[in-house]
Write a protein that binds this ligand. Structure first.
Ligand SMILES: [Cu+2]
Length: 697
């Protein structure tokens, strides 16, 4: 609804601009009407144009009213600036232009072929007749520009510069018309209509405007270039609604809090890792040509020569050691445990918690698995390219006693391989799995793709969504004929008991990709899958108590507004994906103190959905679009926010460190849609930037 409404506003603004441009040109040519009859006709036509412009302006206002009635204040507070830009010039059309045009029509009522006398020439060139048409064009141009550039929180300078330019242009137009009109009155003759001169004059104005505009344009472009080195621990801070914090002393300066802040380096936040590990893995990153099940080949970046990398499985409470070796990935690699809340030093983000592991180097991670559930791992160095090319794999933490022996446990990771198309792991066709009737089945659905919303449709049985993002749901009810939609990074665990007949998991609608589970290992994937409503966790399962809920007292509250904004990123003009109006590294970091209960309101004002991923913490979803989550507690680490949606989430700041908080559509993250959560007193010896090897996104 939000995106439809803002699109209507943009559409009518563009239409108004186009119409007003044409009408403005016609108005300024009024005095070149050769005869009284022509002037009479042209004046009539201009009145018709005023009607068109008014209808188009009404369309803009209707769009605004729609937007305001359908969405919350945050979606339109800055856009309240638009209506006056259109209402004022449209009123001028009817209050100043229209009566004068009617007067001209009456004065030329005989429609003779006489040339215009000085009185008529003067009347046809008055700024009060001509300028309002051009003001509508200026107003709609400014309004259109604002719809792509204004932000929440509102940036005064950004919003006011076009307004000032509009006023200057408006005054210049008025004076030009006034000057022309007075010359006509004085000389009694109309100016010679010299189209070439007019064209040259307009070109000159354009060149001057471009020259003046290019100064702020190029300085903005240059200023947006990513720095050579920057510490993520430095930079602008957002304290939300809580007390002002600082992460450390700067050159011995005293912080705002009375107590000096104790500085802690991310390197020391290792967790307890002493002793002999219970499980050890070695993952070697290397480039390799890998065959998919169909025989198609992929030029992949792999862990241990396979795509996806090997599944890592261990049990809760075990001390896990993973040795990462980089054989030949020039860009460098790391290992990030997506969704598993490990101590900060083990989080695997290049430039934040470690340096990228370069070819020939190795790095060892050690942590105790504290959660049970479905996760995944991937490189967090050049992650857009790394994940796309295959540097990821499944990560499953089983309960302390292991999974029940009889459960058929199937990991389903969808991925789009370059030149290979969509696949489940390396199966780019239909997979058959033999399962005896009565067997409990658990499907661990994970979507690893950028941009793609993957719809999983399970047919042939009723089922439960047992877990979201690795956390079990409380008393999940039976479901059937609902689509399980995941965007990048999110996971659903689906459980059912195998019936006597085949069960199919359909990933696309054409019957070409999916899994057929049947007692005899045979069966077909349905060619046509009916449309189904999308699974919504808001009211699913039953409530149970949690350490905090929507009624708790929050120590700190943040608002995270996701948007699109025309601007600069790394030396290029771009339609940026912004968080709170900014892109990396200008987005202020969220500052918290250990132990605080933190609430964040996530608002998506943009044109596309964003799966927001917070490292190191699980967020409890409190509400979705104003509706309280009243089913099972819904914990998430990767929250899919669609345009127009508002989520309230909360988490306990119980894992000190420097934690990325970014869109997991990794193309967006690479384009600057990334920020971080920062605990008071934390420092990092690592840096990111063009002169370093560390490029986490
Ligand atoms: Cu995004």
């Amino acid at each position: 609804m939000y995106f439809a409404a803002i699109s209507v506003i943009r559409g009518f603004l563009f239409l108004t601009l186009l119409l007003a441009w044409i009408a403005g040109n016609k108005a300024s040519h009024l005095l070149f009407s050769g005869t009284e009859a022509t002037l009479n006709r042209k004046a009539r036509k201009l009145i018709t144009w005023a009607v068109f412009l008014s209808i188009s302006t009404a369309g803009i206002l209707a769009g605004m009213i729609w937007l305001m009635s359908a969405t919350e204040f945050v979606f339109w507070q800055d856009r309240l600036l638009i209506p006056p830009l259109l209402i004022i010039p449209t009123l001028m059309l009817w209050l100043t232009s229209f009566p004068r045009l009617r007067g001209i029509r009456q004065a030329t009522g005989r429609k003779t072929n006489n040339p215009l006398d000085v009185r008529l020439l003067s009347r046809a060139s008055q700024p009060a007749v001509v300028a309002p048409y051009q003001f509508v064009a200026l107003g709609s141009l400014t309004g259109l520009y604002w719809t792509f550039t204004t932000t929440v929180p509102f940036d005064m300078l950004n919003g006011m510069i076009p307004l000032v330019l509009l006023l200057i242009a408006g005054m210049a137009l008025w004076l030009t018309h006034l000057n022309r009109s007075s010359r006509v009155s004085l000389t009694g003759t109309k100016p010679v209509n010299r189209p070439l001169m007019r064209l040259l004059r307009r070109m000159a104005v354009l060149v001057i405007a471009l020259a003046l505009g290019s100064i702020p344009f190029y300085s903005g472009l240059q200023a947006s270039r990513l720095p050579e080195t920057i510490s993520m621990a430095e930079g602008p801070m957002d304290n939300g609604t809580g007390a002002k914090l600082d992460h450390h002393h700067r050159n011995g300066a005293v912080t705002a809090s009375a107590e000096p802040v104790k500085e802690v380096s991310v390197d020391s936040l290792t967790g307890s890792i002493e002793g002999k590990p219970d499980v050890s893995f070695t993952l070697t990153a290397e480039k390799k040509t890998v065959k998919l099940a169909s025989g198609r080949t992929v030029e992949a970046w792999t862990y241990n020569g396979q795509i996806p990398g090997p599944e890592l499985r261990f049990r809760k409470g075990q001390l896990v050691e993973v040795k990462l070796i980089n054989k030949d990935i020039t860009e460098g690699v790391t290992l990030h445990w997506h969704g598993l809340d490990v101590p900060n030093a083990q989080d695997g983000v290049a430039g934040a918690t470690q340096n990228a592991v370069l070819p020939g180097e190795a790095y060892t991670y050690r942590f105790i698995a504290e959660q049970v559930g479905s996760f995944w791992y991937h490189s967090h160095q050049d992650s857009q390219e790394a994940v796309q090319k295959g540097l990821f794999g499944s990560l499953v933490v089983e309960p302390e006693e292991g999974m029940p022996k009889d459960v058929k446990d199937i990991t389903v990771m969808t991925h789009i391989w370059e030149a290979g198309g969509v696949a489940i792991g390396d199966h780019d066709g239909i997979q058959h799995i033999r399962i005896a009737p009565g067997t409990p089945v658990r499907l661990r659905l994970t979507n690893t793709d950028d941009w793609v919303r993957q719809s999983f449709k399970l047919l042939g049985t009723k089922f439960q969504v047992a877990a979201i993002d690795g956390t079990d749901l409380h008393e999940p009810g039976d479901l059937a004929n609902v689509s399980l939609d995941l965007i990048t990074g999110g996971r659903y665990d689906v459980t059912f008991t195998m019936p006597d007949s085949p069960v199919t998991l359909n990933v696309d609608l054409g019957g070409k990709l999916g899994i057929v589970m049947s007692p005899d290992g045979q069966g077909e994937l349905p060619r046509h899958v009916p449309d189904m409503p999308v699974f919504d966790p808001t009211h699913y399962g039953t409530p149970t108590s949690t350490a905090f809920d929507a009624n708790s007292h929050f120590d700190r509250e943040f608002t995270m507004v996701l948007d699109n904004q025309l601007g600069f990123f790394n030396g290029k003009l771009a339609l940026n994906y912004t968080i709170n109006g900014k892109v990396f590294p200008d987005t202020p970091m969220y500052m918290v103190r250990e132990g605080e209960l933190v609430k964040t309101t996530i608002v998506n004002r943009g044109a596309v959905e964003h799966p927001m991923h917070l490292h190191g913490h699980h967020m409890l979803v409190l509400s979705r679009n104003g509706e309280a989550v009243d089913g099972s507690p819904w914990w998430t680490d990767t929250l899919d926010t669609a345009p127009g949606e508002v989520y309230e989430v909360a988490f306990v700041a119980d894992n000190p460190g420097l934690w990325m908080d970014h869109c997991h559509n990794l193309a967006h993250a690479a384009a600057g849609m990334t920020m971080h959560l920062m605990y008071e007193g934390i420092t990092s010896p690592y840096t990111v930037g063009t002169a370093t090897h560390n490029h986490p996104e």
